[in-house]
Design a binder for this molecule. Sequence first.
Ligand code: R5P
Length: 301
Amino acid sequence: MAAIVIALPGSDAHAAQLASRLGAPQLPAEVRRFPDGEIYVRLDGEQRPAIAGAEVILVGSLTGAGDRFLEVAFLAGAARDLGARRVGLVAPYLAYLRQDACFHPGEGVTATYYGRLLSSTVDWLVTVDPHLHRLDALAQVYAIPTTIAHAAAAIGAYVTAHVPAPLLVGPDAESVQWVAAVAAACGAPHLILQKTRRGDRDVSVALPDDAGAAWAGRTPVLIDDIVSTGRTLIEATRALRAAGAPAPLCIAIHAVFADAALADLRAAGATGLVTCDTLAHPTNAITLGDAIAGAVQTQLG
Ligand code: R5P
């Protein structure tokens, strides 16, 4: 079946990469605001013959800020009105997965609500290493077919090329899923630290009792899925340095960056921070285009 790629605002680079890897055309979409702030979308009506019966692939990372969900919903609607057979979403970063439980009475479990909304809007979803902590699988909150692209192989290749004798370190229990996979990809050992989060920016990290000097003769590489305020990586770096470990290199998959954390990370003793290109940021150094295209092929069948 013919596939057509359409970028969400700000995601032309991701869309172009995917279109080229799939050998599919990329069609422009107009997305702008009416004077009152409401969203206007338009696809090129002349393209009806190309879109009719086609698999339309919307591409763009979903961050929590703004009306990205509405843009997806409106573009999906416009594509269906032009006859698209199915509309899929490639969201390299998928928002609203961290509030996956009700920790205090009355809190909204937004992972569930967001999953419901997107599932009622697109036919399938591809994303990169979503934050699955208390959830085991996206299927627990998404009713549509989903495929996860993994960053571990690309991060492993980066670490192998740039860090001799690495020790892969995860800052908290849930990071073991990414850290163990990267460690396996580069044939190196790994260590998982213990994080306590008391608030959005109030985090502490401790070494496990049996950590010993796991870093002896090795360079620690801290790996997390998301860097948002940066507190997790900053406190993990501090804990390692306080225990006598060499300065770690930090790697994150998704450069959410709610705060300007880079200077604090260096001040805490990290040599630097490298991120994957799921969200555009100056720290992007690891491209996941091949992994994403592979996951999309799974959905296209
Ligand atoms: C937590 O559950 C995630 O895996 C990350 O550790 C977290 O989102 C990082 O957030 P921040 O940079 O604000 O500490």
